[in-house]
Write a protein that binds this ligand. Structure first.
Ligand SMILES: [Zn+2]
Length: 275
């Protein structure tokens, strides 16, 4: 699933491509992709709109239109937002196509169909419940400590909870816990002040490095969970310390990386470094 660094890369890559571009035509092949309004209304409202500003909140992409509407995109498991020439062969699982005034197409493609697009006047209707943005001042070690206090759920599960911190998913949770030397199964409420401060820094560092490397692409070429809007993969998967490295040596101590399941998600850690 694309997480904060992958969504941030999308926004940065799409900004110069879409800035000032107008939508001159649109079609929706899988209506449930459009979470708000309905597919017919989406097409009626998006045609004629001009892309004006670009942002991100957690794992949500915010494509602002000159009219004041915002197209909010959440890629969930396997969503891709691609920019392709009009004459490109239609990609499989293409659910939404927006024709741009420069002749290119902005395409939403999603093999598992969990991703959603909203077209709204007020983004709070979609984003209201999200926790702090991890790279902003709003995310502090003190705030994280307050969110974890008394919690019996595993720290891994709590990092995936978008109310506690927005944008962290399976990859960056595992990598952050490794850096902070914290066992992923520990109850959130058992972390002391120093551990929380270390974890807070680790989350920011891992996400920043993820962005600097244009995110993480997993899976075989052409079947990736994530690729950039032009189709290129990210590079952070080359820098993983623990994620999907089960049975390989820990880069810090040489012990074998282990895999357990927490909150129904594969979790990777070093049994020596993270006790
Ligand atoms: Zn280790």
């Amino acid at each position: 699933m694309p997480e904060l660094p992958e969504v941030e890369t999308y926004v940065r890559d799409l900004t110069p491509i879409l800035s000032g571009r107008r939508v001159v035509g649109a079609r929706v092949a899988w209506p449930r992709t459009i979470a708000w309004p309905d597919a017919e209304m989406f097409v009626a409202q998006i045609v004629g709109q001009q892309f004006a500003q670009f942002g991100r909140r957690g794992k949500y992409m915010l494509l602002g239109l000159a009219s004041g509407l915002t197209m909010v995109v959440h890629l969930r498991m396997t969503g891709h937002l691609l920019v392709a020439p009009a004459d490109a062969v239609a990609a499989p699982h293409t659910h939404v196509v927006m024709e741009l005034d420069d002749g290119r197409h902005l395409i939403y493609q999603d093999s598992r169909k969990f991703g959603r697009i909203w077209l709204v006047t007020n983004t709070a209707s979609v984003l209201a419940k999200l926790g702090p943005e991890p790279l902003d001042d709003a995310f502090s070690a003190q705030g994280l400590a307050a969110s974890l206090r008394g919690r019996t759920a595993s720290i891994k599960a709590l990092l995936l909870d978008q109310h506690i911190v927005a944008g962290v998913g399976n990859i960056y949770a595992d990598e952050s816990l490794f850096r902070a030397r914290i066992h992923p199964a520990r109850p959130g409420g058992s972390l002391n002040e120093a551990e929380i401060a270390t974890l807070h820094s680790a989350i920011r560092d891992v996400l920043s490095e993820g962005i600097a490397n244009a995110g993480s692409s997993l899976g075989a070429s052409g079947l990736q969970n994530y690729s950039r809007p032009g189709g290129a993969p990210g590079g952070f998967q080359e820098k993983f310390n623990v994620f999907r490295r089960t049975g390989q040596p820990c880069p810090r101590c040489g012990a074998m990386i282990e895999r357990i399941v927490l909150a129904q998600r594969s979790t990777h850690f070093c049994p020596m470094c993270q006790r």
